[in-house]
Design a protein around this ligand. Structure first.
Ligand code: ZN
Length: 386
């Protein structure tokens, strides 16, 4: 073992617990619409401002036996748990990749995923500010350092990751609602994602003409449709069953005709993901708040049931930028598997199995970030391909 690893591990643990303490503030304040840097932390029960000694991560909770010094109200064990989790993951990352500046990027990746997971558990939402911060940071690292991915892989991984989950939501919604058309939202709604998928799938099937990759055409057509919607104030949209049906037909046809079904799928995912992320960015910039408003009491007027939230779509885009598309697939697989196992255990224990998908995606993403390539190698060897 390297001589310098021990002090690095001690530093990583201490620094991680401090960041964990800050994440507790973010998890609580971001959905409440309160600034995360001001005012100072108080006891939620008696309002007493916490002294620096009471802010020492993990230790202060243990010394005070989980109670407020002033009013003796119990303090949730989740606070020291988040601090300890962050400290342990920061230390593991430091030992797995003791290289600068890579480690700083990994620490930011871990911190964002912890905050997103706990906010999703609390509020069933994933704040756009954290998701887009992850996308921005991953693309910046790719551009400046070629880390965590080379730039083309980061960009394509993000688009295809978002496209994968957006189309899972699209086809899931279509089947669940028995081929009913989805609600029309202008200027930037779900119909545009499905249109982009269709055009991208057919363009990708036809390949490249004159140096232009036709799979990206879906993105262009979708953006044109959005600007047309904004101009006219109307929502021009094709029926979901038509766009999603024709999108699925293209890779099948490509396979039958001896063209490339993979290029068709790539065009479909890149175009749908690009439109989904552009749409979420548009709505977020129009209302750049992460405050979670209470659900309106009125019942769903369209009666259309969505099978997956678009927060998960942006999170998949974030993970795709950091992992690249192949490792993202590993992460999604781990997430679905972990979700099934945990759901089964919770049901056995008689608990509430209603954990949203975000935390599972975060766990899968983190495992795939460190071990994705090894898992793919093992799998290829297992099925006899390498
Ligand atoms: Zn108190």
């Amino acid at each position: 073992m390297d001589f310098f690893l021990l002090p690095l591990a001690v530093f990583a643990f201490t620094f991680g617990s401090l960041i964990g303490s800050f994440l507790n503030v973010v998890i609580y304040r971001l959905p409440a619409g309160i600034s995360v840097v001001w005012p100072r932390s108080r006891c939620p029960h008696c309002g007493q401002v916490l002294s620096p000694l009471e802010l020492v991560p993990i230790v202060s909770w243990v010394v005070q036996r989980g109670r407020c010094k002033n009013c003796q109200a119990p303090i949730s064990a989740r606070y020291p748990a988040v601090e300890a989790l962050t400290a342990v993951l920061f230390t593991a990352a430091a030992l797995l990749r003791p290289v600068l500046p890579d480690l700083l990027f990994i620490w930011a990746f871990i911190a964002l995923l912890i905050a997103l997971s706990f906010i999703d558990i609390d509020t069933k939402t994933l704040p756009n500010s954290l998701n887009f911060a992850g996308i921005g940071l991953g693309l910046l690292g790719a551009l400046l350092l070629g880390y965590p991915q080379a730039f083309p892989q980061a960009l394509e991984g993000g688009l295809m990751g978002a496209g994968l989950v957006a189309l899972f939501a699209g086809y899931g919604g279509l089947l669940y609602n028995r081929f009913k058309d989805g609600p029309r939202e202008g200027p930037f709604g779900l119909h545009l994602v499905h249109l982009a998928a269709m055009v991208g799938a057919w363009g990708g099937m036809l390949g490249t003409v004159g140096g232009v990759w036709l799979g990206g055409l879906g993105l262009v057509v979708g953006l044109l449709n959005a600007s047309l919607n904004a101009r006219t104030g109307r929502v021009l949209a094709l029926h979901d069953a038509l766009t999603l049906g024709l999108a699925a037909l293209a890779p099948l046809l490509a396979w039958v005709m001896g063209l490339s079904p993979l290029e068709s799928l790539r065009g479909m995912l890149v175009s749908a993901g690009g439109l989904a992320l552009a749409g979420m960015l548009y709505w977020w910039l129009r209302n750049p708040s992460d405050k979670v408003e209470p659900e309106p009491e009125t019942d769903n007027p369209t009666g259309y049931v969505t099978v997956m939230g678009y927060g998960d779509v942006v999170l998949a885009g974030f993970l795709g930028v950091w992992l690249g598309f192949t490792n993202l697939l590993v992460g999604v697989f781990v997430a679905v598997f972990a979700g099934a196992v945990v759901g089964l255990i919770l049901r056995r224990l008689g608990g509430d199995p209603q954990i949203p998908f975000g935390p599972y995606l975060a766990i899968g993403g983190l495992i795939a970030f460190f071990y994705g390539t090894a898992i793919v190698q093992w799998y290829l060897g297992y099925i006899g391909l390498s």
